[in-house]
Design a protein around this ligand. Structure first.
Ligand code: PBG
Length: 326
C-alpha cells in the first residue's frame, strides 16, 4: 500500500495539523427569549436549559455569556395574547417590552451585538409572520408593517435586523425605510432560505406563537426544493442584505453549501429549536452523548459553509471551550 490515509490520523498532534474546519465563540449568535415582569426565568419545556427571561435576569444572562466570550445575541420577545392584534401594532409601540429591552441592553453593554427579529408572529393575533385577511397572507401590506417594526428596532439600538418572515421584496423595502430614517449603518441578516419546517415546534412553545389557523407553507419554502434557494439568495443579495441565512441547519447542509458556492455574502445558518431539542432529549435518555453530538452537529454546519451559527448550544459550546482550556 502506497497510500495509507490513517497516517494523517495517527496522533492528536497530526490530527490537529490536518483539521480543516474549526469553531470559535466568534462564530456564534445566541438566541435569547424575553418576557415581561421581574425576576422571571422560566424553562421552556421542550428546550431543556433554555429560558424565558424578564429583562433583569436577561441582563445577568448576557453578562454571563460575555464572560464566556459570546457577545452576539438574537433576541425574541414573548407577549401575552392580550397584547396581540391583527396588525402586530405592539411591535412598533415605543414603550413596548422588546424595544425598551434593546435600549437597556445596548446602554449597559455597548459592545454587545443585538440582532432583532422582524416578523409579525410574536405580536399577531393570527400567529402568522404576515398580515392575514380572509385566510390569506397579504404580501405587500405586510411589508409596511415589517418596515415600521424594523425602523422602531433600529431606533432602539438594534445592530442587525433579521427579517424572518419570508415575504417577497422585504429586504429592499426594509433597507429603503431604514435608510430614509437615517439608519444606513444598521445591517440586515435576511432569513433568505427559510423552510416550512417541523423543527420550529419548540420555538413556537417558547413564544406561544403558533399559527391560529393554517400553516406557513405559502411563504416558507418547501423542504423538497434547492434551486429555489438560489432565487431567494440572489434576490436578497440584490435587495441589499448584508448576510444570508439558511434555516434550519442540520437537515439543510446541502443548501448551506449551495449558497457558499454561489454567493459572496457571509452565510449564516440557524440550528433551530427542534434540532436542539433532539440533541437534549436523546442525551437525557442516555442514548447519545450531548457534548460530542453538539460539537459534531456544529462543526458540520461550519464545514458545509456557514461562517455564522445561530444556536441554542452556543453557551454550552463556550463552556466546553473554557472547561478544556481551548
Ligand atoms: C418566526 C420565527 C420562527 C423561528 C424564528 N423566527 C418560527 C417560525 O417561523 O414559525 C424559529 C426558530 C427556532 O425554531 O429556533 N418569525
Amino acid at each position: 500500500m502506497l497510500v495509507r490515509p490513517r497516517r494523517n490520523r495517527k496522533s492528536i498532534g497530526i490530527r490537529n495539523l490536518v483539521q480543516e474546519t474549526s469553531l470559535s465563540v466568534h462564530d456564534f449568535i445566541f438566541p435569547l427569549f424575553l418576557t415581561d415582569g421581574k425576576n422571571i426565568k422560566v424553562e421552556i419545556k421542550s428546550m431543556p436549559n433554555i429560558f424565558r427571561y424578564s429583562l433583569d435576569n436577561l441582563l445577568l444572562e448576557i453578562e454571563d455569556c460575555l464572560n464566556l466570550g459570546i457577545y452576539a445575541f438574537a433576541l425574541f420577545p414573548h407577549y401575552e395574547d392580550a397584547k396581540k392584534d391583527k396588525l402586530a401594532s405592539e411591535s412598533w409601540n415605543e414603550n413596548t417590552l422588546y424595544l425598551k429591552a434593546i435600549k437597556t441592553i445596548k446602554k449597559q453593554f455597548p459592545e454587545v451585538i443585538i440582532m432583532t427579529d422582524v416578523a409579525m408572529d410574536p405580536y399577531s393575533s393570527d400567529g402568522h409572520d404576515g398580515f392575514v385577511e380572509d385566510g390569506k397572507i397579504l404580501n405587500d401590506e405586510t411589508l409596511e408593517i415589517l418596515a415600521r417594526m424594523a425602523v422602531a428596532q433600529a431606533k432602539a439600538g438594534s445592530d442587525i435586523v433579521g427579517p424572518s418572515d419570508m415575504m417577497d421584496g422585504r429586504v429592499q423595502f426594509i433597507r429603503q425605510e431604514l435608510d430614509k430614517a437615517g439608519f444606513t449603518e444598521v445591517s440586515i441578516m435576511s432569513y433568505s432560505v427559510k423552510y416550512a419546517s417541523g423543527f420550529y415546534g419548540p420555538f413556537r412553545d417558547a413564544l406561544d406563537s403558533a399559527p391560529k389557523s393554517g400553516d406557513k407553507k405559502t411563504y416558507q419554502m418547501n423542504p423538497a426544493n434547492s434551486r429555489e434557494a438560489l432565487i431567494e439568495a440572489e434576490l436578497d443579495t440584490k435587495e441589499g442584505a448584508d448576510f444570508l441565512m439558511v434555516k434550519p441547519a442540520g437537515s439543510y447542509l446541502d443548501i448551506i453549501k449551495l449558497l457558499k458556492d454561489n454567493c459572496n455574502l457571509p452565510i449564516a445558518a440557524y440550528q433551530v429549536s427542534g434540532e436542539y431539542a433532539m440533541l437534549k432529549a436523546a442525551s437525557q435518555m442516555g442514548w447519545i452523548e450531548y457534548e460530542k453530538c453538539m460539537l459534531e452537529s456544529l462543526i458540520s454546519i461550519k464545514r458545509a459553509g456557514a461562517k455564522i451559527i445561530l444556536s441554542y448550544c452556543a453557551k454550552d459550546f463556550a463552556i466546553y471551550l473554557k472547561k478544556n482550556n481551548l
